[in-house]
Write a protein that binds this ligand. Structure first.
Ligand code: ADP
Ligand code: ZN
Length: 508
């Protein structure tokens, strides 16, 4: 197998997971590979395909990808062809004749092809030794991109009697089980490598000013290539119009554009003639652009599978890249509306559950990368990534002194007060209730900005030292350990560089 890898691809070693999957296929056992995007899934069925001889049938839902793959194989001296609906009839007939003569080693087909009787008859006459399912998650009802026609293919190819190789980058436990039972793949033939991508920095930003944030980001990264995903065509168009007004060079992609325009825009982006792409999720599948430095989601996607797949288009070259998720409550409502239109009740419930997980992602205080990975594989234990918003917000500032000041101020006021009263008194701002001005704690933290003080109050609330009832703050008895026993309190809010550390949350 190594010889094939070196001879046809020029690579020295197999990557993690490839070797095992290839061995299963060569032994005639069906296998499932869950490998990250860019992990080299094609080689997992191409190398055994070459080794087994005969024909390898590759089923792929992506027409755009077929041509690239066939071109690459042909360039490496391996006879390959594809059959899809966009092809001229004469061309398809010529390929079919070649197939019968055994001229090809690989045939790429779209699932829809199997609806035709004559195609199924053709297959029965060919020497098929391996059947590959690319983007195999599309077979599963539990997948985020379920394609019924793809699922139907399964029954039709199983009768061909060849082993199957299913590959995908995103499969939750349910999807994996579903693929396994459909394709009769045993547990010991499932190879799952970590889908962790160390070079990606995940950010979540609940800003109310998405437009400004995006424009500023692009201005600050003028030389970088990036994708901005929006949910609807209308939003893509609106953003594009706004960018035109601000003279930000960009291109767009969505399913409502004529095919030539889409192709042109895609090429401009892929060839680096245009560095910013604004698109719906119609853009990206099968596009191999390695230097995407950021992926910004202007809206909340429908689930974490879609999010990870789209965000994962950043940094394929291994260099540090950012994946930023902007969202608002309105986005959640839009997704709920889409889900409401789903006919099948079981699928509707499943989608609701997936959306719930997506929303939880925006709220978690845990490492974002860890949260994503655990969604797909709950057994994988991860160290905090050190790059995501939550890891960067790690509590590393000792606010014990500030805590003492705030708690004693609150105690001296003797009555529960709302946040802005406490903040004004401790900053020494003039105030209608003049009796507070005589407190020894009045103006005790005048050098701090209101925002920073609010951050400290958040931490005190979070740790339970302060109670908030009906918007009014009071000291909890446990605060004794801070005031009398010198208990240390750490926070991720910094008094000085507060603005810098949390810029992502507080854009002006
Ligand atoms: P995927 O389909 O998993 O996203 P591809 O099959 O397109 O990924 O492979 C991604 C890139 O990695 C391709 O350029 C491929 O040639 C390269 N690649 C695959 N396997 C190896 C390997 N063993 N060594 C080096 N490069 C590899
Ligand atoms: Zn992290």
């Amino acid at each position: 197998m190594e010889e094939i890898l070196q001879k046809y691809y020029g690579y020295q070693n197999f990557r993690e997971g490839q070797g095992a999957l290839i061995d299963y296929a060569v032994e005639g056992r069906s296998a499932l590979g869950i490998l990250p995007t860019g992990g080299g899934k094609s080689i997992c069925y191409q190398v055994p395909g070459i080794a087994l001889g005969g024909l390898t049938l590759v089923i792929s839902p992506l027409i755009s990808l077929m041509k690239d793959q066939v071109d690459a194989l042909t360039a490496a001296g391996i006879e390959a062809a594809y059959l899809n609906s966009q092809q001229k009839e004469a061309e398809a007939r010529a390929i079919e004749r070649g197939l019968i003569k055994g001229e090809y080693r690989f045939l790429y087909v779209a699932p829809e092809r199997f609806d035709k009787n004559d195609f199924r008859y053709l297959l029965s006459r060919l020497d098929i030794r391996l059947i590959a399912f690319d983007e195999a998650h599309c077979i599963s009802k539990w997948g985020h991109d379920f394609r019924p026609s793809y699922r139907q293919v399964v029954g039709r190819v199983m009768s061909l009697g060849a082993p199957c190789m299913a590959v995908t980058a995103t499969a939750t436990a349910d999807v994996r089980k579903d693929i396994q039972s459909l394709l009769h793949i045993s547990d010991d033939c499932v190879v799952e490598t970590s889908i962790k991508r160390d070079n990606l920095a995940f950010k979540v930003d609940p800003t109310f000013q998405k437009d400004k944030m995006v424009r500023r980001y692009i201005k600050e990264h003028p030389d970088d290539s990036g994708i901005i995903y929006a949910t609807t065509r209308k939003q893509v168009e609106a953003l594009s119009e706004q960018f035109r007004d601000f003279k930000i060079s960009h291109t767009i992609y969505h399913a409502g554009l004529p095919a030539e325009v889409r192709a042109e825009n895609q090429t401009a982006f892929v060839n680096d003639n245009c560095s910013v792409m604004i698109a719906t999720n119609a853009f990206g599948m099968g596009i191999d652009k390695s230097n995407v430095r950021y992926v910004i989601h202007y809206n909340l996607p429908q689930d974490l599978e879609s999010y990870y797949q789209e965000a994962g288009r950043a940094g394929r070259d291994g260099l540090t890249s950012e994946c930023i998720l902007l969202y608002s409550d309105q986005d959640i409502r839009l997704q709920q509306f889409f889900i409401g239109n789903t006919q099948d009740e079981v699928i509707q419930d499943m989608k609701k559950e997936k959306l719930e997980k997506m929303v939880q992602y925006t709220k978690t205080t845990q490492c974002l990368q860890g949260t994503l990975i655990n969604y797909f594989n709950s057994e994988e234990h991860l160290e905090p990534c050190g790059k995501c918003t939550n890891c960067l917000m790690e509590a590393d500032y000792d606010m014990t002194t500030e805590a003492k000041k705030l708690l004693s101020c609150l105690l001296r006021m003797k009555t529960p007060v709302n946040r802005s009263v406490l903040t004004k008194v401790i900053r020494g701002e003039s105030f209608p209730r003049h009796d507070f001005e005589h407190l020894s704690t009045f103006g005790l933290m005048k050098e701090y900005e209101t925002k920073a003080i609010n951050g400290f109050i958040d931490t005190l609330l979070f740790n339970g030292y302060v109670d908030e009832i009906d918007g009014r703050l009071s000291v909890h008895p446990s605060a004794k350990e801070v005031l009398l026993e010198n208990m240390q309190i750490m926070t991720h809010y910094h008094p000085v560089d507060y603005n810098e550390r949390v810029t992502i949350h507080t854009l002006v």
